[in-house]
Write a protein that binds this ligand. Structure first.
Ligand code: GLU
Ligand code: MG
Length: 669
């Protein structure tokens, strides 16, 4: 989650005073990249994945599982493993430079926000070949083995999105008392965050900018014996350590909701992300736009987050909670007070669904864009003056409506156009569901696009399957020039819909009906390269109302196709057509089918999401009182069961509903 630069961080409101300067310098750095890299061509079609883990520590004497705060020790052990280093893996070190890449390319480990988290990436990017796709799962397994080898014997790198009882008493080891000066959380200690100064400063400055603590209220799941109305019984209304303790007395904790009050409750969640390198900027912009409407569908399909702070929630996905956990908007920006000191009302948190499309694609109708998008007009003008086109300038001028949160005093001496620190400051704290990444200076990397919505899955098989699916659908998009455009506001609606309990089976999502809709004539495109393009003078097919282009569909229809002849063909059939067109050999095709089958069957409801499985596990646990409470003993059994699912690769009996016949027939190796 961003670069770990070192320096003296400014406290809020000192950072606020230099926000304008950081933004302006960031825009100048962006323009410098733009000038250098806008014509960059023929970059290799590479991609990479990122897996985030929770480190759990089992206390076998007391049948208790806690989060281990030993991230730094584990990373240290990884960084000093000579064998790993000789294979190019380990931990990237700013002093030493990135590990050198060898053929073996051992995985690389990174810190994350939570001091109980780890992140791992492959040692070198994946290439264009289909064979590479077949190595992903093994590589993910290897990463977990290496991570585990550098942990204490009672620790395990588990891939659950959230620790079920994070924020309950005695949930971390070593123990620390809550209510520290940075987070001021009544549930969690400051030590919960990675001690690198960037992280506590992020949390503290978000809180300070906002003028109160972050407020995360998740609707509680109402079971037969859940007290109703529900008032979160863990909230302490009598705490008086910090002014922020008044938040709960001022109504921060909402009725019928689970209440949480710190960045760690959101940014302590785990996901799986994929970054693609495009062959040039235009292809990157197209990937950004076309993958964007897929995000909510993938969030619903990967949903794995039904428990918060020891209670069953009424939602299945992490997204909104992370969004609230870093929401630094002031009361004026939130529209709670008239605008006096702030510049505009802002409808979304810094962590939110995308608000822009950026491709110079003739099929991008202005009706798909947000007419009320907030942009910084001066920064947009500067970008356009520097030669950037309107669409891309709008995108960045939208991201740059935010303040930088962590500013290092040392970086304000002089603007360095060969660096991207100020640009990245804003870019990397805009956590949208897609990220468009310009080439960094000083190396060969091209324009990249990151796909960010998916929740982490319990097994490496599933994480690999979802990555492979996204890679293949991206290739199909490019190969068939697919069109998934719908209004960006409908994508945002879909992100909300994806949170519903078992959204895969119960909800409908806005989706484009015809992914093959023709391009308007090239002459209307405004960027057509050729002269005398055949058909350039042809009249473009008349466009009907935008509303006729899309409809509400189930995830099954979107993934597997609709039975009706006029219906959507389905993303998996599109991937299959693409594989047909590429003459993939039979063996590879069979291997890929194992992964695609998981997506297919999860979409048609025959296999369960992790969220549904965890929910069922709790609700049928013999200690469960039908009161929405997930106690310590249930958590112990649940985390143990999840570990069994992971280690058995989904073949343990307990995993039946998530993997079906895979237990017998669909073997990994
Ligand atoms: N853990 C965050 C999530 O679940 C993402 C952090 C990152 O950008 O690496 O979305
Ligand atoms: Mg991460």
């Amino acid at each position: 989650m961003g670069l770990l630069a070192l320096g003296t961080p400014l406290e809020w409101p000192e950072a606020k005073k230099v926000a304008g300067q950081v933004r302006e310098w960031g825009i100048e750095q962006l323009l410098a990249i733009w000038r250098r890299a806008k014509a960059k061509e023929r970059d290799a079609m590479l991609w990479g994945d990122e897996i985030e883990y929770l480190v759990v520590a089992y206390d076998h004497q007391n049948n208790k599982v806690r989060l281990s705060l030993r991230q730094a020790d584990i990373l240290e052990a990884l960084a000093s493993d000579e064998k790993l280093l000789s294979q190019g893996g380990g931990v990237p070190d700013v002093q030493r430079g990135d590990p050198k890449k060898s053929d073996v390319a051992a995985p690389v480990f990174h810190p994350e926000f939570g001091r109980f988290m780890l992140e791992a990436t492959p040692g070198k990017p994946w290439g264009i070949g289909f064979k590479d796709l077949l190595d992903v799962e093994q590589n993910m397994k290897w990463r977990r083995v290496i991570a585990k080898e550098h942990m204490a014997p009672n620790e395990f790198p588990i891939t659950m999105t959230t620790f079920p009882r994070l924020g309950s008493p005695d949930c971390i080891t070593p123990p620390y008392p809550p209510s520290g000066p940075k987070l001021r959380s009544q549930f969690l200690p400051d030590e919960i965050a990675n001690p690198h100064i960037r992280f506590p400063t992020l949390a503290a400055n978000i809180r300070a900018r906002r003028g109160r603590k972050v407020e995360i209220n998740v609707p509680v799941f109402r079971d037969e014996r859940t007290p109703w109305p529900f008032h979160d019984p863990t909230v302490d209304y009598d705490l008086h350590n910090w002014p922020e303790d008044d938040d709960v007395r001022n109504g921060a904790a909402k009725e019928n909701h689970i209440y949480m009050d710190a960045m760690a409750f959101g940014m302590g969640s785990c996901c799986v992300q994929i970054t693609f390198q495009a062959k040039n900027i235009e292809e990157g912009r197209k990937m950004y736009d076309q993958l964007s409407p897929l995000a909510p569908i993938m969030l619903a399909l990967t949903a794995a987050t039904p428990i918060y702070k020891g209670f069953l929630a009424d939602t299945d996905a992490r997204w909104n909670q992370i969004s609230r956990s870093v929401d630094d908007r002031t009361p004026e920006e939130l529209g709670e007070k008239p605008l006096e000191n702030d510049r505009w009302r802002i409808p979304k948190s810094r962590y939110a669904s995308n608000s822009t499309y950026i491709s110079q694609d003739a099929r991008l109708r202005k009706e798909y864009l947000d007419p009320n998008l907030v942009v910084d007009p001066a920064l947009k003008a500067r970008l356009m003056e520097g030669g950037m086109d309107d669409l891309l300038a709008t995108h960045f001028a939208h991201l740059f409506i935010r303040d930088p949160i962590v500013v290092f005093a040392e970086d304000l001496q002089q603007l360095d156009l060969d660096k991207v620190d100020h640009f990245e400051n804003l870019q990397s704290t805009n956590w949208q569901h897609m990220r468009f990444k310009p080439p960094p200076p000083g190396n060969d990397t091209g324009w990249r696009v990151e796909f960010r919505p998916m929740e982490i899955q319990m097994t490496d098989f599933e994480n690999a399957a979802f990555c492979i699916f996204i890679v293949l659908i991206t290739r199909a998009i490019l190969s068939f020039d697919l069109n998934f455009y719908i209004p960006i506001a409908r994508v945002a609606d879909n992100m909300e819909t994806a949170h519903a309990r078992d959204a895969v089976n119960t909800q409908k999502f806005w989706f484009r009906k015809d992914p093959f809709s023709p391009r308007p004539a090239a002459s209307t495109n405004g960027r057509s390269g050729g002269t005398n393009t055949p058909g350039a003078d042809a009249t473009p097919p008349p466009l009907g109302p935008v509303e006729d282009e899309y409809a509400q569909m189930s995830v099954d229809e979107i993934i597997n196709g609709s039975a009706s002849t006029a219906g959507f063909p389905g993303l998996i059939p599109l991937v299959e057509s693409y594989l047909d067109s590429m003459n993939v050999d039979v063996e590879t095709r069979c291997e890929l089918a194992r992964y695609l089958d998981l997506i297919r069957r999860r979409a048609d409801g025959s296999l369960w999401t992790a969220a549904r499985w965890i929910r069922e596990y709790v609700q049928t646990h013999d200690k469960y009182q039908k009161d929405s409470v997930v106690g310590d003993d249930m958590q112990w059994d649940l985390v143990k069961a999840v570990e069994r699912v992971t280690v058995s690769d989904g073949k343990d009996e307990v995993a039946r509903q998530m993997f079906g016949e895979r237990r017998g027939g669909l073997k990994t190796q």
